[in-house]
Design a protein around this ligand. Structure first.
Ligand code: SF4
Ligand code: SF4
Length: 331
């Protein structure tokens, strides 16, 4: 439970926006300081209750991080961020937060509240760290000693003067493994992320062409990027989810780029139903695959890849066609 006075976070937020690090995420700039002022977002709010939910799939073996690095090393494989391989977290977290609020009401009587899961301009990590759900790591995500960073955050804004939690202490120390490992150097300084360079942003949020100079650095990552979390020593302690919802669905544990490239739009919609991946839509999906295929072509020179790219060129829209042309030049 955190107080709503986030004034100390405002200068950092403004500097981040002024530097343009939010890229095309206009909603971040549009809401401005409302993100740091919960009572402006939901009038009457006095405290924010933050909850976290682990998402590492239940079946993740002890050496799961080594397996993820192996996948990233295989140019023909398709790498999807771990959090996105199961059910859309919005669908899991939001109703649970709502039920939690209702149970509290059953105990103490009616109170004003509103639930958020990555769905509004909320300074989630700031609130989480003030609620002892971790500290802000140099990669900018919330991070726990007992659980690493493989968890989602959700919030309940309440109009009750609840006692506030003591914040947790920070434990990055002199480590900067996340900064060093980032393929695109998106963590420009400790605790400072230039979203315009971040593969998670580029493959999920970003509309339009991916900057050509960053394409070779994306490798086979077709949806999101986990590198800064995989390398973090605290993720040795990442907890498995208590729920089956985040179990990896077919084919995300073992997907090959060429297999995914063969999907038509109907197959994309059907295979990503109920998954967060569906939100990026068909065009970004094809754009991302074309980049990964170009990188695979560069690494292997495979004739099968070249043919698959060439065969799709005619039916592609202008954005995807430009990425296919780039991919074909990598061979
Ligand atoms: S998600 Fe990937 S690209 Fe983004 S900061 Fe982390 S390592 Fe860098
Ligand atoms: S990799 Fe190191 S610096 Fe980065 S968040 Fe983890 S502990 Fe902190």
């Amino acid at each position: 439970m955190a107080d709503i006075d986030l004034a100390a976070a405002e200068p950092g937020l403004l500097a981040w926006l002024e530097a343009g690090f939010h890229g095309g995420m206009q909603y971040m700039a549009a809401h401005g300081l409302k993100r740091a002022r919960p009572a402006e977002l939901v009038p009457g709010t006095l405290r924010v209750v933050t909850a976290c939910m682990d998402y590492l799939p239940r079946a993740a073996p002890p050496g799961w991080r080594a397996l993820e690095w192996q996948r990233l090393d295989d140019p023909a494989a398709a790498a999807v961020s771990v959090y996105a391989r199961g059910r859309d977290y919005h669908k899991v977290l939001r109703p649970r937060l709502q039920r939690l609020a209702e149970r509290l009401q059953a105990e103490i009587g009616p109170f004003g509240h509103r639930v958020f899961t990555d769905s509004a301009p909320v300074l989630e990590v700031e609130l989480a760290t003030r609620s002892a759900l971790g500290w802000r790591g140099k990669h900018t995500l919330a991070l726990q000693r007992e659980g690493g960073s493989m968890f989602f955050l959700g919030e309940i804004f309440v109009d009750l003067p609840l006692p506030c939690t003591e914040p947790a202490s920070a434990h990055c120390g002199r480590c900067q493994a996340c900064i060093d490992v980032c393929p695109t150097r998106a963590i420009v300084a400790p605790y400072r992320l230039d979203a315009r360079r971040c593969i998670s942003y580029l493959t999920i949020e970003h509309d339009g062409p991916i900057p050509p100079e960053l394409r070779p650095l994306i490798g086979n990552r077709i949806y999101g990027c986990d590198d800064c979390q995989l390398v973090c020593p605290w993720n040795k302690y990442a907890r498995r989810s208590a729920l089956p919802d985040f179990d990896a669905r077919e084919p995300w544990d073992d997907a090959a780029l060429l297999g995914l490239w063969a999907w038509n739009e109907a197959a994309f919609l059907q295979r990503t139903e109920g998954s967060a991946m569906r939100r990026i839509g068909w065009q970004r999906w094809r754009r991302n695959l074309a980049v990964a295929l170009g990188n695979a072509l560069s690494a292997t020179g495979s004739e099968a890849l070249r043919q698959a790219l060439g065969a799709a060129r005619g039916a592609a829209d202008a954005l995807v066609a430009e990425h296919i042309d780039w991919a074909l030049r990598q061979g």
